[in-house]
Unconditional design. Structure first.
Length: 193
């Protein structure tokens, strides 16, 4: 709906003038909304950092528990079926996801598109003829995980700390990784096309 409204404002001159003329209420509303969208990523980073600080301050220290051990719960003993996830294991998982997202997936995506262009260009004519599509798919392969991951984790009440840690590190590393990789993708697109 937002895209349709944007197209309508762009192609209908009276609507464009009514909504985007400086000094009008509609322009003030649009400008403030635009400022909010610019501040979205920094605010998400602050929220993720707050989520991590909050979960760390509320968690008791975790000790590894071997499979089948008994834990005293106050009322009765209960069997534990799996190990407690330690912070070390969480950081290994985060590192694996970040490496996969920024190091492993982009070259595989570019290689797959290149092979489609060279070996099956008749089946994929759009990728073979459109450099913007090639570049868009390449950039999409390196985008960080969605913030909605944390929202889902909070709604179901599980893996909130892990999701916040994963997103926080993905965005911090993504700032540098995406700049480098987009530069590589632009160079690769210029060579191929």
């Amino acid at each position: 709906m937002g895209a349709a409204a944007g197209i309508a404002v762009l192609f209908v001159p009276p609507l464009h003038r009514a909504l985007l003329t400086k000094g009008t209420f509609a322009y003030s509303f649009w400008y403030s909304t635009n400022l909010c969208s610019i501040a979205c990523i920094p605010m998400v980073m602050i929220a993720l950092g707050g989520q991590l600080a909050l979960t760390r301050s509320q968690q008791p220290p975790t000790l590894p528990v071997s499979s089948g051990a008994l834990i005293e719960s106050g009322e009765e003993d209960s069997a534990v079926d799996s190990e407690v996830v330690t912070p070390h294991k969480q950081s290994q998982g985060t590192l694996l996801v970040v490496l996969g997202r920024y190091i492993i997936v982009p070259p595989i995506t570019c290689l797959a598109m290149f092979l489609m262009m060279k070996m099956a260009s008749g089946y994929f004519p759009l990728i073979s003829n459109d450099p913007i599509l090639f570049l868009t798919i390449a950039i999409t392969s390196v985008t960080p995980p969605a913030v909605s991951l944390l929202t889902i984790a909070q709604n179901i009440g599980m893996y909130e700390d892990e999701s916040a840690r994963l997103l926080f590190h993905s965005y911090v590393i993504g700032v540098v990784a995406m700049a480098v990789e987009i530069t590589i993708f632009l160079w690769l697109t210029s060579i191929i096309f």
